[in-house]
Design a protein around this ligand. Structure first.
Ligand code: SF4
Ligand code: SF4
Length: 230
């Protein structure tokens, strides 16, 4: 698979400031993206006044999390150690949780990566998505293609228009995620966990989609902020 150049992601592009070295470098190589990116950057930023979800108390808390990551970024920079170190998962878990609590986290959870966490696993793209398309139907900005898959980054895939998607984020003031919450794979469904492969298995796909729609309708309803933020 071709590696993703993170300078092309919308979250990186949104940060390029006019007059900076990054700005000059990026748009000299991608002049076709300059006009749309300039217009996006003029919109209120995520977590800022002027967005749909702005709250003078809660929004700065989210911004702080991003600023904190920026502040500690230097700790993860530098050369990669060529020597492989065998980690002890109990010690690593304890340290990660301890660090998160030191910086103020109240709830910290770490889970083992399971097969059903993988986004493109078990024949899902090949067969499941063709019959489902929940994400494409529920996307408020129609950014997810409802057309047949196209070659993208070395794989057959459905194309997502990252510009129109991100414009919606800047309108909401937060990440949207409607596509993710409307995906059966994000809902811990028992009928998915029990299946080894969806490839050539239309009957099982229909069962999963039936269970999802019975349980959630078009998509799960997410009623505003979690209790601890109200
Ligand atoms: S995050 Fe929202 S706007 Fe973006 S692709 Fe998903 S549903 Fe569409
Ligand atoms: S909602 Fe999930 S399973 Fe359905 S088409 Fe989109 S990515 Fe595929």
């Amino acid at each position: 698979m071709k590696r993703v150049d993170e300078r092309d992601t919308m979250s990186a592009r949104a940060q390029y400031k006019k007059g900076s070295e990054d700005y000059a470098d990026y748009y000299s190589r991608n002049p076709e993206k300059k006009a749309i990116d300039d217009s996006i950057r003029q919109r209120p930023n995520l977590c800022s006044e002027g967005t749909n979800t702005y709250n003078p108390l809660n929004s700065p808390m989210a911004s702080c999390a991003f600023e904190f990551l920026e502040d500690i970024r230097h700790l993860s920079e530098g050369k990669v150690n060529p020597e492989k170190v065998q980690g002890n998962k109990n010690i690593i878990t304890k340290r990660i949780k301890g660090l998160a609590r030191k910086y103020g986290a109240k709830l910290v959870g770490i889970t083992e990566l399971k097969d059903y966490h993988f986004y493109t696993h078990r024949g899902r793209l090949e067969d499941f998505c063709s019959l489902c398309k929940n994400c494409a139907f529920t996307c408020p900005s129609e950014s997810i293609s409802n057309e047949p898959e196209k070659e993208s980054n070395g794989h057959l895939n459905w194309i997502i228009e990252q510009e129109t998607c991100y414009i919606r984020w800047r309108q909401y003031g937060t990440d949207c995620g409607i596509c993710i919450s409307s995906c059966p794979f994000s809902q811990q469904m028992e009928s998915i966990k029990a299946v080894d492969t969806f490839k050539d298995n239309e009957a099982v796909i229909a069962t999963v989609l039936g269970e999802f729609r019975k349980k959630y309708g078009t998509r799960p309803f997410v009623p505003g902020n979690p209790d601890w933020l109200r």
